[in-house]
Design a protein around this ligand. Sequence first.
Ligand code: GAP
Length: 431
Amino acid sequence: MDIFETIGSLAKRRGFIYPGSDIYGGLAGTWDYGPLGVELKRNLKNEYWRSMVQLRDDVVGLDAAIIMNPKVWEASGHLESFSDPLVECKKCHHRFRADQVGQKCPDCGGEFTEPKTFNLMVETYLGVIEGEKLKTYLRGEITQGVHVNFKNVLDSTRVKLPFGVAQIGKAFRNEITPGGLTFRSREFEQMENQFYVKPELESSMQWMEYWKNERMKWYLSLGLRKENLHFKDHEQLAHYARAACDIEYNANGEWKEMEGIHHRGDWDVRRHQEYSKQDMTYFDEETKERYLPWIIETSGGVDRATLFFLMDAYREEETKPGETRVVLKLHPKLAPFKAAVFPLLQNKPELVALAQSIYKDLKQDWMIAWDARGNIGKRYRAQDEAGTPFCFTVDFDSLEKKDVTVRDRDTMEQTRVKITDLRDFLKKKLA
Ligand code: GAP
């Protein structure tokens, strides 16, 4: 089975990702995150925020509106140039991105029309009076919400160049061919840092290198396998870019873009200055110069990263001849549940009571799963598939010795840990 199919089926069966509007036959390019998926995605975003904003002195956070004044998209160039080449099959009328297909329609072998440019911005209308509604757009990238606030951030904080503004949020694109699960969606989330630097070629390129390496280190620190990541320089540059490089993930032999690191020059601030007639310059107190800053952007897809973390963590392992287990070896920081608590037997009230007290205590600080059904082997398998790093089982010895069996997801080894030490145990594993 193709890796996208394997992950898609696990994701749906276990509640990571469902097709959007599933009971109505879905809606192409939209996805819903289930009980496990929402935790994984939230953990990923929290780790991003922690590393990008909380732990840094030179990056602040922002959360801008999705719907913006339509002038923003004129200024940013999206209305003019944010498009893909579209071809239509003359026979079955299916549409494709011209750069993704060959000479003939892959569905029926028909001839294509000449490529037309197709704008990716999603239109929407605001207002209550028919005929006077304002046509605007759902943002095609989260970036512009930051750049239009450049002056606000300067005036309301103590930031000094070089500094960044980070944001996580939804973006929308009318993709011609959504697909590959969440890989290419029409509604998706981005995590970005717009880093403003001095307008100098050499030092700005050094910042570009710096951010490439920082972002690569971040993915590695959360457990993505090194051999599945590489940098890929862009051959064709977007309308705003001076230099661009992607971090790509190897999805079973196919390298796929996960995050872009772009040198945007002063494109955004210059255009917003021109279109809004507001001064967007920065006054450098050291050199007494006034200039438009240049921008080094890191722009990652939350959904793509979530998908690739799932793929990378997915293993089918033979536990004994003829028996395999499916396990998600997610980094404990990303795992939806940090631990599961079980009473060995469901019908022994003293075991259930002790296990419940441990469960309720740990749950105050972490996402903890509870399972008392079926046999212990089945419960382990269920937690393996959910990526839960540890299972704590309360058995008869626990009543006397005040300890539990701790079973490790990756090694399947079992050790005994005192109940009073479980919090420290988890803290250490999650550090
Ligand atoms: N602000 C720059 C920007 O938006 P981009 O390369 O178009 O650059 C950045 O997008 C990241 O957003 C991509 O690397 C990808 O992870 C994610 N992304 C873009 N389009 C997407 C889509 N249709 N579905 C899911 N993720 C997408």
